[in-house]
Design a protein. Structure first.
Length: 423
């Protein structure tokens, strides 16, 4: 087990993270949602306490304890006053090694997840991202839903989830991190409280080699009745985090859609007024994840907004950034970096990510130094190699009977219309 300490003696508040090295990308095909479900079940009764008693114990400490699921790892986070650290940590360990996995809670959690799927379908922005992930590169482990589907949730077996849970929290795969008024001796004492005997076999990690680039401009209309505003999400795979190409593309990401002065925001919002926001984002992951552009234009201007975005993206691909644009964006990224590591907990979280992604220590903190060493030619070379305006998946949540014809008129290599509740 790896232990990481971020000491901070400013307040008596302490946070701890217990992370593994296997996330939702490792789910068996057809059982999407299994890891999220399994991880959550650990908090629905553990050790001597049923679910209600467990929640009361956490609340009685004035603490917070929960689990976050990511594509590459799971992380349990606890926050409390220093004097309650031992008690909260004991509860956290019990969720990993003494989960009850009661059938009633299993069935209740399945019902809650189905309700969550219904809520997601009510939120058009979330719906657009869900379908973009599905269609961007079909079959790729990062493009499958972590929440699950109606069909996959019906297949989840309680005993199989219980077996999986033990595999997810093997002692040798864990990363324990603590931020707050704690020293190395206290960190070691807490680490020793995590059992390490009788480990199960390791959970097989997924192959992260991305599929061949899905070719052509592909339009997916997610048909939802009564949409006066459309949600648009478009994208393709991006370079792997931890590579020079990803560093260079972070500059392109900010310049194109990551600042208020970015090209997308200035053109789509400020100049044309087509959408309140127009953004670009790029994921961090152990493998290649997405470069995504999003906006929410009204239905009457949606085709214009998409057409102009495609033009801007093509211009970025062909010409890259100007020297002035590069210098301004680099300055912005260096100035904003301080806000991402201003607290001990932020620094701890970055250190844990570096560990589970197998990156050098302080890799994220050294981004400013790597920016100093960059020049515009390197960034533009990466833009030319890693942007694909001709091979792009575009998802639009809209009312198909009224929007299909004007959207199709933009010209696509393929068009597909799917019901909003079909996935």
């Amino acid at each position: 087990m790896k232990c990481i300490l971020e000491p901070s003696f400013d307040t008596p508040l302490v946070s701890f993270h217990i992370s593994n090295r296997v996330g939702t990308a490792a789910e068996p095909r057809g059982l999407e949602g299994m890891i999220c479900h399994t991880a959550e079940m650990g908090f629905r009764g553990a050790g001597f306490f049923g679910r209600d008693q467990f929640d009361e114990k956490v609340d009685g400490l004035g603490a917070g304890l929960g689990i976050g699921t990511r594509r590459d790892y799971l992380t349990m986070r606890g926050t409390c006053l220093l004097r309650h650290l031992d008690s909260l940590f004991e509860l956290a360990v019990s969720t990993m090694h003494l989960p009850r996995f009661e059938r009633e809670e299993h069935e209740q959690l399945l019902r809650e997840t189905r309700y969550e799927l219904d809520d997601l379908r009510d939120d058009d922005a979330s719906l657009a991202h869900r379908f973009l992930n599905r269609y961007m590169h079909p079959g790729y482990v990062y493009c499958r839903t972590a929440l699950g589907t109606k069909a996959s949730l019906e297949k989840l077996d309680l005993e199989e989830c219980k077996t999986l849970h033990a595999q997810l929290f093997r002692h040798s795969d864990l990363v324990l991190g603590i931020a707050g008024p704690v020293d190395e001796d206290r960190l070691a004492q807490l680490g020793a409280r995590i059992p390490q005997h009788s480990e199960p076999l390791a959970r097989e990690t997924p192959k992260l080699d991305p599929p061949a680039m899905a070719r052509g401009r592909r339009l997916v209309i997610v048909d939802k009745p009564g949409r006066e505003q459309c949600q648009v999400a478009m994208g393709h795979l991006a370079p792997v985090y931890g590579t020079d190409a990803h560093d260079h593309m972070q500059v392109a990401e900010a310049a194109f859609g990551g600042m208020f002065t970015s090209r997308l925001m200035q053109e789509i919002r400020v100049k044309e007024g087509w959408s309140y926001g127009a953004n670009c984002s790029m994921h961090r992951a152990r493998g290649s994840r997405g470069w995504q552009m999003t906006m929410a234009p009204s239905a009457d201007v949606c085709p214009k907004a998409i057409a102009r975005t495609l033009e801007l993206f093509s211009e970025l691909h062909e010409a890259g950034l100007s020297e002035n644009e590069f210098n301004f964006t680099r300055s912005y990224l260096q100035g904003s970096a301080a806000f991402e590591r201003s607290t001990a907990n932020q620094r701890l979280f970055r250190s844990i990510q570096e560990e589970v992604y197998d990156l050098p220590n302080r890799y994220a903190d050294n981004f400013s130094d790597r920016l100093d060493a960059m020049d515009v030619a390197q960034v533009n070379e990466a833009i030319g190699a890693h942007t694909h305006p001709g091979d792009l998946c575009v998802v639009v949540v809209a009312t198909a009977p009224t929007m299909q014809a004007p959207l199709e008129a933009l010209g696509w290599d393929s068009v597909e219309v799917v019901a909003y509740d079909s996935y």
